[in-house]
Design a protein around this ligand. Structure first.
Ligand SMILES: Nc1ncnc2c1ncn2[C@@H]1O[C@H](COP(=O)(O)OP(=O)(O)OP(=O)(O)O)[C@@H](O)[C@H]1O
Length: 261
């Protein structure tokens, strides 16, 4: 049976009108994300990765074209909490404990105390943070705080997880560990993930599809499908197949890059 599409974008464009003239953040973007895919957006600064993620999340509206999220218009998908969003910085409330941070979207949606407790326990377990419920964010490392943000995004059980460079601020060892954990989490939960990154190894390791983007105007220049086993470990980064995919991403980035700035 063919997988259902979670995101469909057709001829999507977004132009920001600024004092210095129009900025063509997205131009004629076509993208299909199927149920269970792990899709990364990669490209140089300003190619529209965050803008595309924000259009999917209804935080920004397209100037032209069509987009659907879980078969709905983005504003309806947002109201129905069809996705969870993880920002680059953990954005946790410092005065709330870890469990109360994860509880926040559940409180907003009116879940009962018993349901909240069950979901908090389940999602903190999923990100390996059992035992940290009563701590405050400042008592946790940056990587642990980002795992709390992931648990919070998953608490309402969305089909789709949108992640904007969630590990960009972390050192490489921590990032490797979180990549491995995220892959395991994706395998277990069967969520659809859309992930923004600047890192070629991160994109190749995590993704089923790598969307290579280019700036001025922001557009998609290549979509690369990978065929790595679901239970892969970081060791695959040394394999010829991994290096081949990484090379194709790098070539795409090189061709799309202008050196006039
Ligand atoms: N609200 C806005 N108003 C005007 N221009 C904007 C706005 N948001 C983004 N832009 C511009 O749109 C283009 C795409 O920005 P975007 O943040 O999506 O790129 P990006 O690929 O995510 O970059 P980075 O990797 O640096 O985060 C850039 O030229 C940016 O300056």
């Amino acid at each position: 049976m063919a997988a259902a599409s979670v995101i469909e974008a057709r001829e999507l464009s977004l132009t920001f009108e600024t004092a210095d003239g129009p900025v063509y953040a997205l131009s004629k973007v076509n993208l299909t994300v199927q149920d269970g895919d792990f899709v990364s957006f990669i490209g140089p600064s300003g190619c529209g990765k965050t803008t595309l993620l924000r259009v999917i999340a209804d935080l920004e509206q397209a100037s032209e074209g069509h987009i659907s999220v879980n078969g709905m218009k983005p504003d309806e998908a947002r109201r129905k909490r069809a996705y969870g969003y993880v920002f680059q910085a953990p954005a946790l409330y410092p005065w709330r404990t870890i469990e109360r941070n994860v509880a926040l979207p559940l409180e907003i949606m009116g879940f009962s105390a018993a349901e909240r407790a069950e979901r908090i326990a389940r999602n903190l377990d999923l990100v390996n943070l059992k035992g940290f419920e009563k701590k405050f964010p400042w008592q946790l490392s940056g990587g642990m705080q980002q795992r709390v943000s992931i648990a919070r995004a998953l608490a309402v059980d969305p089909k789709l997880l949108l992640m904007d460079e969630p590990f960009g601020a972390l050192d490489e060892i921590v990032r490797d560990k979180l990549n491995q954990q995220l892959l395991e989490l994706w395998g277990r939960t069967k969520k659809t993930v859309v992930f923004v990154t600047h890192s070629i190894p991160e994109a190749v390791f995590l993704s089923t599809h790598i969307v290579v983007m280019s700036p001025r105007p922001g557009r998609i220049i290549d979509v690369i499908e990978t065929k790595f086993p679901k239970d892969r470990t970081l060791d695959i980064r040394e394999t010829p197949e991994f290096l081949k995919v990484a090379h194709r991403v790098r070539e795409g980035l090189r061709q799309g890059h202008s050196y006039d700035d």
